[in-house]
Design a protein around this ligand. Sequence first.
Ligand SMILES: NC(=O)C1=CN([C@@H]2O[C@H](COP(=O)(O)OP(=O)(O)OC[C@H]3O[C@@H](n4cnc5c(N)ncnc54)[C@H](OP(=O)(O)O)[C@@H]3O)[C@@H](O)[C@H]2O)C=CC1
Ligand SMILES: CCCCCC/C=C/C(=O)O
Length: 496
Amino acid sequence: MELHPNLDPAKLALELSGKHLIDGVFCAAASGRNFDVVNPATGKKIGEAADGNVEDVDRAVKAAVTAQRAWGKVNARDRGKILSDAARKLSDHAEELALLVALESGKALRTESRPEGNATADVFNFFAGLASELKGETVPLKSTALTYTVREPVGVVAAIIPWNAPMLLMAFKIAPALVAGNAVVVKSAEETPLAVLRVIQILNAFLPPGLLSIVSGDGPGCGGPLVAHPAVRKVTFTGSVETGKIIYRAAAEKIINVTLELGGKSAMIVMADADLEQAVEGAVSGMRFTRQGQSCTAASRMLVHASLHDVFVEKLKARVNALKMGDPLDEKTDIGTVISRPQYAKILSYIASGKAEKGAVAHICAAMPTDSKLAEGLFIQPVIFTGVPTTSRLIREEIFGPVTCVIPFSDVEEAIRIANDSDFGLAATVWTKDLKIALNAANTLEAGLVQINQNQVAGPNISYGGVKLSGVGKELSLESMLEHFTHKKTVIVNLE
Ligand SMILES: NC(=O)C1=CN([C@@H]2O[C@H](COP(=O)(O)OP(=O)(O)OC[C@H]3O[C@@H](n4cnc5c(N)ncnc54)[C@H](OP(=O)(O)O)[C@@H]3O)[C@@H](O)[C@H]2O)C=CC1
Ligand SMILES: CCCCCC/C=C/C(=O)O
């Protein structure tokens, strides 16, 4: 199979190996140690990442403090212009970035990694265009005083990112932070350090040294010191609830603001009058089967009116069965692998516990790849469970794998009750032709994002973030830049 003759992702991975990017230059870890980066589709090592520790973090943060002082004084529109030029460069490199992320994450190039590369550049473009919105207000306090507010950068931001959409979720954080006048130090996820390092390298060509650094390393040894560093004045994080709590506590010690995006157990409610074909398509895209379900918004609880339940399940099975699992770099592949051995084992244990539930039926879909090169690949066949009690861990816990449950309901009230009976509250969808039912459901669902008759947002400019255990704060909107990456300062001038 001859693929992308001018771009060799294996060569790119090796070139990026064993490096942080601190203060504008590539450097090795202070400890001299690296850890392996593995292609989850083959089990083979593709490179190494620098194993960062407190020393690396301290260098990155100190460089950020110095760079931010000057960057914060650059006119906002000029910062926006710089980021807009950088976004264009990211677009030029989108295919290379897609190949790298496909290689290290196992996400299929056509369905997942290429869209991620393009969306990453788009997020930078979006925030670059918002630079003029960094404005204040005048306050009618009294006629003998001029009272106004200004938006000031918070200073140095720590961005701790996951592996499921590493470039895109990093862009959610660093694009608004930089446009708002901050410096950023990123800690990448151990599984996916390479594509994001290349993104940071590309951006650094446009930015002053030290303004945007990236360190790789493990969570407690590298992410921990970054969050705790006295000069870090804001933390923005996407990942698990457990790590989110650790970060929230550490931020509380310093009384600094955090944004936490901690995943979900999103409900998709298919009412009796729904357009079934549309709902089934929404189930396939919403569950993110093409990413092995490794999405925080995955529609992992499908509540379907009892009158449609059986036919919905049959249609969904047929649709998922048609997806091709295989080599992530092959253009014909729909579904790649899961990310790592621990995640693979965790997902399989959920599937086993689901199968052991009384009354549960596991509908296994899509064929495993047969290519011997992929024999060690972390492929899991999508599973659609039916007959699972709503008390099951399958329905209550985030699996972050290609596993969904279809749950029948008999009336709208029951559907809403089941949907809200969750510790999470990130996203939900409702499928109906009845506008009144749709809007009532939107009003009562406990979720940060509710979509009606669709399961995909077109692009940035939504206020994205959850309630309950799904996190605090918003991303991807003007509000996220203003509220989470600036302080509002009030100035009162006595005119008497
Ligand atoms: N909301 C979402 O989009 C995501 C949710 N998850 C959920 O989390 C589960 C586990 O995945 P996992 O990768 O372990 O998630 P984590 O929350 O552990 O990892 C996310 C990021 O946090 C870092 N980290 C871990 N511990 C600390 C710490 N003490 N201080 C600072 N940073 C830290 C990680 O580093 P390192 O890579 O070194 O561990 C990684 O960069 C998944 O099954 C899924 O349910 C996971 C990813 C994304
Ligand atoms: C649904 C709103 C757009 C945000 C997308 C963030 C993606 C996260 C993920 O897939 O895990």
